[in-house]
Design a protein around this ligand. Sequence first.
Ligand SMILES: NC(=O)c1ccc[n+]([C@@H]2O[C@H](COP(=O)([O-])OP(=O)(O)OC[C@H]3O[C@@H](n4cnc5c(N)ncnc54)[C@H](OP(=O)(O)O)[C@@H]3O)[C@@H](O)[C@H]2O)c1
Length: 124
Amino acid sequence: MGRKTYESVGKPLPNRTSIVITNNQDFKVPEGHMVAHSLEEAIQLCIGKKLDNVFIIGGAEIYKQALPIADELMVTEVNAMPDGDVFFPEIDKNEWKVVSTTSYFKDEKNEYDFDFVVYKKSKP
Ligand SMILES: NC(=O)c1ccc[n+]([C@@H]2O[C@H](COP(=O)([O-])OP(=O)(O)OC[C@H]3O[C@@H](n4cnc5c(N)ncnc54)[C@H](OP(=O)(O)O)[C@@H]3O)[C@@H](O)[C@H]2O)c1
């Protein structure tokens, strides 16, 4: 994740190793987590750990850099139009195909209906 996303969450997410990407050479994260200074360096850290899957969890700056190398998108599409100043990059429908959609209705935990949509890259 990008440094701004990390700071918006305030701490590493539970039950996983986080890699925070920043230009700041002095950036510190809690023990067990890692800092990288480019997306490439972060991916190399994952390759070094022989991980089967790497999840890129934002924000917008990191998503934009990662889309060309991603092979799957797992997107929660919320049925709402809130104001915002940070946006997921446009998903090119020629390049990405929907492989599954699961719909959920709003409930006591979720204020809006939403779809969980999985896209796969159609051109490798
Ligand atoms: N709804 C969602 O699913 C979701 C998911 C994730 C995030 N978000 C939201 O998105 C917002 C943050 O997104 P954002 O686009 O503003 O920021 P971001 O992508 O989280 O972080 C940007 C920062 O990452 C570092 N960075 C980016 N590319 C780099 C590179 N190639 N090399 C080294 N460092 C690099 C820089 O940190 P330095 O400035 O420290 O150098 C940059 O300022 C937050 O409000 C967060 O809550 C939403």
